[in-house]
Design a binder for this molecule. Structure first.
Ligand code: HEC
Ligand code: HEC
Length: 291
């Protein structure tokens, strides 16, 4: 009997040492990415101060970029997840208060928002700069101007910690841990003129994170949590259906779009023209190829 038990013991020791080895390899590979420092020039885009730009900045921040989802309603930062195996992700305090980024100049803001890099060159973790990297200078100036004018909040947010599960997902390509790595830092920006056009719809769908969650061609990512929005799945949808899904969170069959998963409470505050432009863009897409 005890011989058998001992065998189980050896077997378990083998499994445990394999696991330890796998975790060690996981940490070795991902830690070099996390420890890397980026020296990007940073473009000084002077923050806007005029009232019409600040109003535009408020809309871009609250409705298009949805910064409050991760940085808190008061922009004072918030912990999004803190679990031992997954890790800890916290949107930083963006105000001038204690724990905030009051010392950030125009270049530092540009580098953080469009490139996913902190003032000290650290890659920002889970900050969706892969979406914001297309932001034009006028929009960036409006966003930073609006955020700089927010009242200071004293709140220290904890430093991020990336646990084994987040590391494994990142290596598997399923988790946008380090947007800095997927951004073309030398790209020239040609933000389209606002209007009801496919080009402007694409721009809004990029900035608004639709493409980050629903896949770059909006045809889903294969994960049921990110549904295909194109005609390959929503062929029967009309523009009115699209409006209702964003404004009331309701699908044509009467079912509810979960506001915890799909941020329609914010995206639904896009203007009529903005929603029309996004719809035009969605309808211009080929959808999932059926072979
Ligand atoms: C999906 C969540 C998410 C959204 C949406 C988001 N952020 Fe972030 N952001 C983060 C996280 C998480 C960090 C901290 C990353 C870190 O410390 O590594 C961060 C960091 C930043 C930083 C850098 C702070 C520092 O420590 O250097 C700035 C600036 C910033 N965000 C601005 C914005 C703006 C502006 C918007 C909206 C246009 C926005 N963020 C939307 C998650 C988000
Ligand atoms: C944070 C990820 C995320 C972002 C950003 C996001 N979506 Fe979604 N969206 C989802 C998820 C998840 C669902 C499915 C919700 C559910 O299961 O009820 C969904 C559902 C939808 C639906 C309903 C479709 C259906 O058949 O269920 C529409 C329409 C939609 N999104 C459009 C958009 C548009 C347009 C944008 C950009 C302005 C956007 N989404 C941004 C995650 C996201």
């Amino acid at each position: 009997m005890s011989r058998w038990l001992r065998r189980i013991g050896y077997g378990l020791a083998g499994v445990v040492s394999l696991l330890v080895l796998a975790v060690a390899v996981l940490y070795a590979i991902t830690s070099s990415d996390l420890r890397r420092r980026y020296r990007l020039p940073g473009v000084p885009v002077p923050a806007a101060t005029d009232s019409s730009s600040l109003a535009r900045g408020k809309h871009l921040v609250e409705v298009i970029g949805k910064c409050q989802e991760c940085h808190g309603e008061d922009y004072g930062g918030k912990v999004m997840v803190d679990a031992p195996m997954f890790g800890r992700l916290a949107g930083r305090n963006l105000t001038r208060g204690r724990g905030g980024i009051g010392d950030y100049n125009d270049e530092d803001w540009e580098r953080a928002i469009r490139h996913g890099v902190a003032k000290d060159g650290r890659p920002l973790i889970f900050m969706p700069s892969e979406a914001y990297t297309v932001m034009g200078d006028a929009e960036l100036a409006a966003v930073v101007g609006y955020l700089r004018a927010r009242p200071p909040v004293d709140r220290e947010t904890p430093a991020p910690r990336v646990g084994p599960i987040a590391r494994a997902l990142y290596l598997g390509g399923n988790f946008p841990l380090l947007p800095v790595k997927v951004i073309d830092h030398d790209a020239t920006r040609r933000p389209p003129v606002p209007g009801v056009s496919v080009e402007y719809g694409k721009y809004l769908a990029t900035l608004g994170g639709c493409r980050s969650c629903h896949g770059s061609d909006l045809a889903g990512t294969g994960d049921p949590a990110a549904p295909d929005l194109t005609r390959s799945r929503l062929a029967a949808w009309t523009e009115a259906d699209f409006f209702r899904s964003l404004r009331q969170g309701q699908r044509p069959d009467g079912s509810v779009v979960d506001p915890e998963k799909m941020p329609w409470l914010r995206s639904g505050r896009m203007t009529d023209d903005e929603i029309r432009a996004v719809w035009l863009y969605i309808r211009s897409l080929p959808g999932r190829r059926t072979t």
